[in-house]
Design a protein around this ligand. Structure first.
Ligand code: DAH
Length: 365
């Protein structure tokens, strides 16, 4: 038998030496196990495989155990079991602490600032429509509505359009039902909100003081300057003794409320079948204040609406006595007013719903 050396010469038969080496390995392993680190499930699994699986380091130590002399088996067996328990406990402890950390991370931080809720913006046409409605309701006008699919009577005939008037033509009007022999039986998409004048006069006797906002349709090619639908506001005032001076004063007030107190108006004679006399109204250019610039084509004026005294024939067609009552009417395009206020260059932008465009009106109200 070889002398019992503690660390030895690797003499193959030296069982004692094997034991010493095994003990040293166990102690080295204990040191390593105390240092283990893992902060996720994969790292933990890697550790389990490294130490505890069939090919793991501790299992390998158990294999060496068979060479330990019987009298040392008890002590070494205990140490091996201890180290195995230690490895299992260490890995479990790491798992618990990593789970705890994850929980910690998932906790809601109530001090963190919230995400601002995204709110939409009002459409520019709605903004301007509201501004116009507000101006007229402050003057005592009330709102009136009518259908978009209308009959010929309310869109044309009652408004004094002759049977062969070009506005009835295919190029202007969208027909829902077209009657070749009798145009007065046509059903159309209304081409102006003046139809609501007729509907209101049919139902009510004066005094009538209404504005009618709504969508209108015309059979036009869609370009930057024309669209097949757009929006108008119609105004109508009928009472005893209403004169052109009333119309002029109300429109001046409207223009100054909308574009500022310096704004001037001018009325140019024009023609509409349903008013006599008729006029188109210009306002002093909102860019140059009337001096003349590229925007107003160096005239100092821009056109914004059509107006006039309601033709007696129109009053009579709706059952209002034109010998007792008179009135004025006006009609404006909301897109046009909006373009002049916000310098929108392309009509198509109003209906494309591009949020970058709509977002520019965030501060408008
Ligand atoms: N209906 C006309 C249009 O669509 C606008 C208009 C002009 C309305 C004069 C009126 C008016 O009430 O008096 O072009």
């Amino acid at each position: 038998m070889q002398p019992s050396c503690k660390k030895c010469c690797n003499f193959v038969g030296c069982k004692l030496n094997k034991t010493t080496m095994l003990l040293e390995k166990i102690e080295a392993l204990r040191g390593k196990l105390n240092e283990l680190k893992a902060d996720n499930e994969e790292a933990l699994e890697a550790l389990r495989i490294k130490y505890l699986s069939k090919k793991g380091e501790i299992t390998a130590l158990f294999a060496e155990f068979k060479d330990v002399p019987p009298e040392q088996k008890r002590e070494l067996g205990q140490k091996l079991n201890e180290i195995k328990t230690l490895a299992t406990e260490r890995i479990n402890a790491l798992r618990e602490s990593y789970k705890g950390q994850a929980k910690e991370q998932n906790k809601i931080d109530i001090t963190r600032p919230g995400f601002p809720a995204e709110v939409g913006t009002r459409h520019p046409l709605s903004v301007v429509r509201k501004q116009i409605i507000d101006i007229f309701t402050r003057l005592g006008f009330t709102l009136a509505e009518g259908p978009e699919v209308e009959d010929d009577w309310h869109v044309f005939s009652a408004l004094n359009f002759a049977a062969d008037h070009p506005a009835r033509d295919m190029q202007d009007t969208f027909f829902i039902e077209q009657n070749k022999d009798d145009v007065t039986r046509n059903i159309v998409l209304r081409s102006h909100t003046s139809s609501v004048q007729v509907r209101t006069m049919e139902r009510r006797q004066p005094p009538i003081r209404i504005i009618c906002p709504g969508r209108v349709y015309r059979n036009e090619a869609i370009t930057a300057r024309a669209h097949c639908f757009f929006h108008q506001i119609e105004g109508l005032y009928i009472d005893k003794g209403v004169t052109f001076a009333d119309l002029k004063q109300v429109l001046l007030h409207f223009a100054q409320e909308l574009y500022g107190p310096e704004t001037q108006i001018r009325l140019r004679p024009s023609y509409f079948p349903f008013t006599e006399p008729s006029a188109e109204m210009d306002v002093s250019c909102m860019l140059c204040g009337g001096e003349g610039c590229g925007f107003c084509k160096h005239t100092g004026w821009v056109e914004i609406l059509g107006c006039g005294m309601v033709d007696p024939a129109v009053l009579e067609a709706s059952g209002i006595d034109s010998t007792v009552y008179s009135g004025y009417a006006f009609g404006l395009g909301i897109e046009r007013i909006t373009n002049l206020k916000y310098m929108v260059k392309d009509l198509r932008m109003f209906s494309e719903n591009d949020v970058r465009f709509l977002d520019e009106f965030r501060s408008a109200h």
